[in-house]
Design a protein around this ligand. Structure first.
Ligand SMILES: [Zn+2]
Length: 578
């Protein structure tokens, strides 16, 4: 996806301007002993080389080495014009420099003004809201697996505050995301559809055909605001901002300016450069404290009595795990590593995995403290009593339990088992639901809670406390999936083909598009160490789950599902031969 932050029309220019000035100054100092003709040749050549490198780096299909070679050739050839252009060059450049400076001053101001006017118009266009309707706060803790939360019995006290706050409502012990990575999972949480029923994939933003929760609530007069820290798959270009009156993704900061530059991003993406500058985190990471501050500032600046719907995405548990210093050694020694984008093909030693895991847990402890701080701040404002809180994660994280690290590359439980907590006026307190549920039911549940008719598929989670017997007798289809990722190594399951899985009762069934099947009895084997797919006494269970997953796929209508179906034998019984 192409980055479309509105400030990206001036931030890279500013960054490049500063970089070029620095390089020009250094080149001038380094060449001051040369004859003027040669000095001008080197200076012009160096600046042209940089300019063309920055430009060519934006064209991603071109190999970076080829881009450098091409830019160097242009620099050498056109640099020869330096001596001829020397005379009167500064005088000729002055108007251009003035225009550039004016552009860099006026454009940001203009963007702010246009944004404010647009937001005011959108607020003015909101229909009247229902008086005293509850606010809705949707908190997505990116990359938080339920396995590591003390809320779910993890021995380390990673979430003491959440353990306490969650007693006010309903905790779902077995909640599953629809995908093991950010965009399709958020898309399901927003639209109620499985990823197989909509467009939202590795390189494709969420399509416009499915209504989102923000759109539906806006139509009911809600003031809608989104505050996201995951800039890879939650920024505006992901399609998730649809329906929000106010949306905060890219920040205004020096690291963000570097991130916006093709040169900055590429240079800092090189592992050797990471090591050289001692950089351990991704550039411009937004912390939970930043998200909280932005939300509270937005809440405090509201005018009138309209209810709000706010969506928060916290990125603190996402690799590289870099908890703030006071949390870093909360449990055991940690080892924050480098940019996750360059880590996928690394081999991992057990001790390294352990230190990574420690850092992850420490990041959870930080996030928990920030959640406590947010809930406290909302309580002091008197807002908690009339706010529905929906807290979940978009997916989990793997720590080499099945040979992979991170997420998005398999469907084993650590990657899809997530927290889900609901509380608000009128909901029961202190309830734990032990039946499997899918996060795609969040939007229909919110509409049900607010007593609005909604456009969302799925079934309200309220049936788990209003009619638990019925809910158990008539379970949801709990499917997760991820499509083939050709750029990942073949050692990763998703590097070999697409994957779909189904949680049903005490079983987890997985199927890949190369027709490999796995079956786990997850009540007694939550880490999925014993594959039962080839055990004779589980063949009936396997056939039933296979048939259910097939039926789901046959009712899906996207390319991903069709691609999957095309590879399957037409009759369920045929699969026994594979
Ligand atoms: Zn995510």
């Amino acid at each position: 996806m192409i980055r479309q932050g509105s400030d990206f029309i001036w931030m890279p220019s500013l960054g490049d301007g500063v970089l070029f000035a620095l390089v020009g100054l250094l080149a001038w100092v380094a060449t001051r002993r040369l004859r003027p003709e040669r000095q001008w040749r080197v200076l012009l050549g160096a600046l042209l080389f940089l300019s063309f490198t920055a430009w060519l780096f934006m064209y991603s299909p071109l190999h970076k080495g080829a881009a450098l070679l091409l830019a160097a050739g242009i620099g050498v050839q056109l640099g020869a014009l330096g001596p001829r252009l020397r005379r009167g060059l500064l005088a000729r450049l002055r108007p251009a420099v003035l225009i550039c400076c004016g552009y860099l001053v006026v454009t940001p101001l203009l963007i702010r003004a246009v944004r404010q006017v647009g937001e005011r118009r959108r607020i003015a266009a909101l229909p009247a809201g229902r008086a005293a309707a509850p606010n809705v706060l949707l908190l997505i803790l990116d990359t938080v697996r339920s396995f590591d939360l003390s809320l779910y019995g993890f021995p380390r006290p990673t979430t003491p505050a959440l353990d306490r706050w969650a007693k006010r409502g309903v905790v779902f012990d077995r909640a599953y995301s629809t995908a093991p990575w950010t965009l399709p999972s958020h898309a399901s949480i927003f639209t109620g559809h499985f990823p197989d029923d909509m467009v939202a994939d590795w390189r494709t933003p969420l399509g416009k055909r499915k209504r989102t929760l923000a759109e539906a609530l806006r139509e009911h007069g809600y003031l809608t605001g989104g505050f996201v820290a995951n800039l890879y798959y939650c920024s505006r270009e992901s399609g998730l901002a649809r329906g929000f009156v106010h949306y905060e993704d890219y920040s205004l900061s020096a690291p963000m300016t570097v991130w916006s530059m093709s040169l900055g991003r590429t240079i800092l993406g090189v592992p050797a450069v990471h090591r050289l500058v001692g950089m351990r985190d991704i550039l411009a990471r937004k912390r939970a404290s930043d998200i909280n501050r932005a939300l509270l500032s937005w809440i405090d600046s509201r005018k009138g009595e309209r209810p709000f719907f706010a969506f928060l995405n916290y990125f603190d548990a996402h690799s590289p795990y870099t908890p703030p210093a006071q949390y870093a050694a909360a449990f055991a020694p940690t080892e924050p590593r480098q940019n996750p984008q360059i880590e996928t093909s690394l081999t991992w030693l057990e001790a390294e995995v352990e230190r990574q895991h420690n850092a992850y847990d420490a990041s959870l402890a930080y996030l928990d403290a920030q959640l406590d701080s947010l809930f406290g701040a909302l309580d002091r404002r008197g807002l908690l009593d009339n706010t529905l809180i929906v807290l979940a994660s978009d997916h989990g994280e793997e720590f080499h339990e099945h040979g992979v690290m991170g997420h998005g590359s398999s469907l084993y439980l650590p990657g899809i088992a997530v927290p889900l907590v609901l509380w608000g006026k009128g909901l029961p307190a202190g309830i734990r639901v032990q039946h499997p549920v899918t996060l795609r039911n969040i939007p229909v549940t919110v509409m049900d809670y607010l007593d609005f008719d909604g456009p969302f598929p799925g079934r309200s989670l309220a049936r788990h406390w209003l009619a638990p017997q019925q809910a158990v007798a008539n379970p949801d289809t709990v499917v997760s999936g991820v499509n083939f990722a050709p750029r990942l190594p073949e050692s990763y399951p998703v590097g070999r083909g697409s994957l779909r899985s189904l949680v049903s009762g005490r079983f987890h069934f997985m199927m890949s598009s190369d027709l490999n099947e796995e079956l786990f009895e997850i009540e007694s084997d939550p880490w999925e160490r014993h594959d039962l797919a080839k055990v004779a006494r589980y063949q009936d269970t396997l056939a039933a789950l296979r048939s259910e997953l097939w039926s789901y796929l046959e009712h899906s209508d996207t390319v991903g599902a069709k691609h999957f179906l095309d590879r399957l034998p037409r009759e369920p019984d045929d699969t026994a031969r594979h």
